[in-house]
Ligand binder design. Sequence first.
Ligand code: ZN
Length: 432
Amino acid sequence: MRRPPLEIADLMQFMDSAVCNFLAVDTIKRRLVDAGFTQLDPTAPWTLERSRSYFITKNDSAIFAWVVGDGDPATGVKIISSHSDSPGFRIKPNAEMISEGGVVRLNTEVYGGPILYTWFDRPLSLAGRVMLRGEDALHPITEIVKFDEPLLTIPHLAIHFNRQVNEGNPLSRQRDMIPVIALHSSPSDSRYLLTDLLSTELNVNPDDILDYDLALYDATPSVLIGVDSEMITSGRLDDLSMVHASMTALLDSQQGEMTRVMAVFDNEETGSGTKQGAASPVLYNLLRRINLAMGGDEESFLRSIDSSFMISADNAHGLHPNYPDKHDPTNHPVLGSGPVIKINANCKYMTDAQSAAVFRSICEQAGVPCQTFVNHSDSAGGSTLGNILTSQIDLKGVDMGAAMWAMHSCRETASTRDHSYIIKAFTQFYNL
Ligand code: ZN
C-alpha cells in the first residue's frame, strides 16, 4: 500500500478523533490553539487586531474561526461553511434497559436520517459531553468525553428467525436498533451503569453528573481502500471531510485584505433550527460583531455583506456504478474528478450562475477540475446550509461538496484525490 499524501493522513487522523459534533469542535479547537488562534469570550467586549486569528464556540458543538483582514471592515469576508453533526443515534436519559440474564442495553433515539441497517454488528462506542454540577445553577461544567475502546454492538436477528431478511426487512427504531453494552449478572449494579462508566472515565463523583449529550460512533477507524488507496471509507465524511478541508485551507492560506472565516454549524441533519444551527442568527451576529470590533459601523457592515462570498461546503452524491439510472443524465459527478457544484432550480441550493462562475474561476486558478450535480428530475434530493443561511443573511455564495457514495451510511466512501483538490480550491479562495 502506498503511503497517503500528508493531507489525507491528516484527514484520517481528524476523522478518528472527530467522532461526533462535540468531538469535532474539540478537535478543531485544539488545532486552532496550536496554530496561534485566540479563543474569545462571547460575553466580554472584543477588540480585534488586523492579521490576528480568533475563534468562538457555540454550545460546544459549533465553531467559528477567522483571521482578521488587513483592509477596511467594509471590504467583506470570505466564508467557508460546513457542519459538525452526522446522522446516527443519541443515548436517551435513563438509558439502561436490563433484560433476562442481566444483559444491559442502552436506550437510543435516532438523530437525523441514518441508513439504519448499516449500524448492525459493528463495534461501537460512545462520545459527547457530560454536564457536571458547577458553582451555580446557571453555569454547569462541561466535560467532553470519548471512550476510545469499543463498548457496544447492535446485534442483528439471525437469518434463521427471518428467512425473508434479504427480501427487504422493515426496521423499528425502538425494537431493532438498541445496542447491547454489557452481560452483567446483577441487575442492581446495572441500573447506574452509564453514570458509573462516565464518572470513572472523567474521574468525577457520580452525584455531580447532571446530564449528558452522548452519541454512538463506529469504533472502526477510517481506512483507505482501492488498489492505489484512492478511496477513503469512514463514518461521518458528510460533513467532516469538508470541515477538515476548510480548516486546513484556513491554516494554509495567506493574509490579505478580506477577513477569512470558517463556520462550522451544528444540527444540519435535523434542519439547522437550533441556536448553533445555520437557521439561527449566529453567523449574522458574528459577522456584525467582527465588523464593529474592527472599527466599522452599521453602514460598513451592510456594505461588507454585499462584498462577501460564501462557499457552503457539504458533500454530494457521486455517480453510483450500480445505479446509474438514479442520476441526472448529464450532471452526475464521479468520484475522483474534482469538487462538485450543486445546483437546484427550486433554490434548495444557494448556487446561481454568478456564484457557480466564481467557484469555477477559483478551481481554474487552483488547477483543479470541477463538476456539477443536479438531481434526477424525478427525485426530490436534499437541502443544505446555504439556502438556510440566506434566510438570515443575504450573502452571495455557492453550494458545493465532494462526490461520495452511501451518504448517511454508518461508513461512507469518497475519493482521496477529491479531498486534495478541494483543499487546493479552498486555499485558493482564501488567498483571493
Ligand atoms: Zn451534510
